[in-house]
Write a protein that binds this ligand. Structure first.
Ligand code: BT5
Length: 321
């Protein structure tokens, strides 16, 4: 019911809508309209009222609710079903448990904050409440486990596109899973897969973006989009999330229907490493050379000084100055 009232108010944001009109359109009594308006205000909706003039929606709360995230999202696959939580341990853990119980690939899990946000290899992802975007998508692509790395790159391309479009910042991808602005990490991606009998059952694609986070809360080499914007004014997390979900929807459709070529092409436009001298860190050694690009599986191709080329599917890589 709240949704119906919001729909009516949103459609006429420039003028007031009377309680009678809302009641008639939402098929409820005026008293019920009053009750719902009161509830919406308690949830943080700024609804202006005029005696006998009705109601006008002035502002929506800065909260990643399923209702706001799904409002006119119009994606085909990604986030058709949105679950939004206040604080969880990790959205990846929530999505993983849901996927194991059969949740569809339309499912997206969002949280305002995370107590045990995860990075790769048991690292931590700092997730202050109500400042960032923390979300995990359940994906069930029909690919083999050794092709799954390309999904991380698909997400990285989508994140870079969304950040550039919404914030006008020069977002670049540091292979495999970081988004940098002005050489500082503003976003990280954690892809986890579940494999049974050598076949990929599902992927949990976790994305963390520092949106309005103050730098004091972040590691030294990190920043947030707000901090990197010239005017430093708050960025609407709902709009940015929607932008991201739409890019993911488009890129994911390309990937599953047409293969990885489009991602590889886009990736090189956004790459912070292509053509640069890099150092690739593996579990017990590091390799230096020139980054040439990525292959069809999403592996980073590096030419060492002796001319030898290596393809790295999973590692950490940094630019060497
Ligand atoms: C990542 O790992 O960058 C993956 C981060 C994925 C986070 C999302 S949030 C939603 C979903 N649910 C989860 O639990 N996780 C995903 P990695 O490349 O291993 O980088 C981790 C390193 O980044 C840490 O060791 C820190 O140095 C640094 N770091 C931690 N928090 C950060 C932050 N908020 N911003 C930038 N850097 C951070």
């Amino acid at each position: 019911m709240d949704e119906k009232i919001l729909e009516i108010l949103r459609a006429r944001r420039e003028s007031f809508v009377t309680a009678e009109e809302i009641g008639a359109r939402a098929e409820m009594s005026k008293t019920t309209v009053f009750r719902h308006i009161h509830k919406l205000r308690e949830e943080g909706y700024d609804i202006q009222s005029q005696p006998h003039g009705g109601y006008r929606l002035v502002n929506i709360p800065d909260r990643l609710s399923a209702q706001e995230l799904g409002w006119r999202l119009h994606t085909k696959t990604i986030a058709k079903k949105i679950l939004a939580y206040d604080v969880v341990d990790s959205t990846n853990a929530v999505a993983f448990a849901l996927a194991q119980r059969g949740a569809s690939e339309h499912t997206a899990v969002f949280a305002e904050g995370q107590k045990k946000g995860r990075g790769r290899l048991g690292r931590q992802w700092v997730s202050p409440k109500s400042k960032g975007i923390y979300c995990s998508l359940i994906l069930r692509p029909k690919i083999s486990p050794d092709q799954a790395a390309i999904v991380t790159l698909m997400a990285a391309v989508s994140c870079a596109q969304a950040i550039r479009k919404m914030c006008g910042l020069n977002a670049l991808i540091r292979w495999p899973n970081d988004i940098l602005v002005n050489d500082k990490k503003v976003c990280g991606i954690l892809t986890q897969m579940y494999v049974r009998d050598n076949s990929l059952e599902f992927i949990i694609l976790g994305i963390g973006i520092n949106v309005n986070t103050g730098t004091s809360k972040l590691p030294r080499e990190a920043s947030s989009l707000r901090e990197e914007c010239r005017d430093k004014s708050p960025i609407c997390r709902i709009q940015l999330s929607q932008e991201l979900l739409r890019h993911l929807d488009k890129e994911y459709a390309y990937l599953v229907h047409k293969g990885p070529e489009h991602i590889i092409e886009c990736w090189s436009d956004f790459s912070a490493l292509s053509g640069k001298r890099v150092k690739v860190y593996l579990a017990n050694k590091s390799v230096e050379g020139q980054a040439l690009g990525i292959d069809k599986k999403g592996a980073l191709i590096v030419r060492q000084d002796n001319g030898f080329r290596q393809h790295f599917l999973a590692a950490d890589a940094i630019k060497v100055r």
